[in-house]
Write a protein of this length. Structure first.
Length: 324
């Protein structure tokens, strides 16, 4: 049986202890055709010395430029028909690649994404999404444990949210139309997929069966940060870059969707700032931007936040009893 080559790119920075686990999970894959690339993004620990003991690993070093640049360097050396990027603090289950490639080949898909466990009690983002009623539209075409997505649904889904972090994805190389976007602080994986789906019809599939483990580290670009910083970096910085990048490719309805998303980020940012430090010019500016982007939604959202604030302020004892 022919097994197409999968290039696995692992970007890492000062995580030698965790990297050992990530490498072990790749070496334990039941899928036989793997090119394993590690890009050291300027580590000052013993990463280089550690990898000397892994002759099958292609090791490349660069000065620190963050995760997207490290993935792109690995992509330069990738020879595989399929590309997967595993974060150095995550691990795959042994059948992760085997079932991903089987689904990709059997259904001639552009990419797949797989659900994960967390090393905490919190459910994964994809598991949380799947409990919401609006997600049912994406679960209409089953194929074993997989749910197949048409190009229309793929485009709609990834404009609404990003359910697929880097470690969850396996992508057909010929379907990629760009590298990872190095201007993104967090959303380089989201931008990569949006570049694909906004420029060509893409078919995809996902599974809710947990197939990898996300390690919760304080230096995670997303999960390790406080809500205020995540909103500022992902919602405002990266969200604005995404809106600008695809402004000429979206429909009017899609543009309004992106504007509503940005408005929500501005309001949530203002709310968290207000809770932390009270009224300020930055709070006013974020509220003004939200109303400029989506006035009706911002009015409703703002009124809801004000009601919750007043309720929490004047009924603290009753609220405390309700939460018991």
């Amino acid at each position: 049986m022919h097994h197409p080559l999968v290039s696995v790119i692992i970007p890492t920075y000062n995580r030698s202890a965790l990297l050992v686990k990530a490498l072990a999970s790749v070496r334990a894959q039941t899928y036989p055709a793997i090119q394993l690339i590690v890009v050291d993004d300027g580590s000052t620990d013993n990463t280089r010395e550690l990898l000397a003991g892994y002759p099958e690993v292609e090791y490349y070093y660069q000065a620190n430029q963050r995760q997207a640049a490290a993935r792109n360097k690995g992509l330069q050396y990738a020879r595989g028909e399929f590309i997967a990027s595993l974060d150095s603090d995550d691990t795959w289950e042994p059948d992760f690649l085997a079932k991903s490639i089987n689904c990709l080949v059997q259904h001639q898909l552009d990419f797949v994404f797989l659900n994960h466990h967390r090393d905490s009690r919190n459910p994964s983002h994809l598991s949380q999404l799947a409990t919401q009623s609006w997600w049912r539209r994406y679960m209409r075409q089953p194929a074993g444990e997989w749910w197949l997505l048409s190009p229309t649904l793929v485009r709609r889904l990834f404009l609404e949210t990003c359910p697929a972090p880097s470690s969850a994805l396996v992508i057909r190389r010929s379907s990629m139309v760009s590298n990872w976007n190095e201007r993104m602080l967090i959303a380089d994986d989201w931008c990569l997929i949006l570049d694909m789906v906004m420029n060509r019809p893409c078919k995809a599939a996902f599974t809710l069966q947990p197939s990898w483990v996300k390690c919760m580290q304080r230096d995670n670009v997303y999960d390790g940060r406080e809500n205020l910083e995540v909103i500022e970096r992902l919602g405002l910085h990266d969200g604005m870059l995404l809106a600008e990048r695809f402004a000429g490719q979206v429909t009017l309805a899609e543009r309004r969707l992106l504007q509503r998303q940005l408005a929500t980020h501005h309001l949530n940012f203002a709310h968290l700032l207000w809770k932390r430090g009270g009224h300020s010019g930055q709070v006013r500016l974020s509220i003004q931007k939200a109303f400029a982007l989506a006035p009706l939604q911002s009015s409703y959202h703002g009124a809801t936040m004000l009601w919750l604030f007043l309720r929490n302020r004047f009924r603290p004892d009753e609220l405390a009893s309700e939460s018991l």
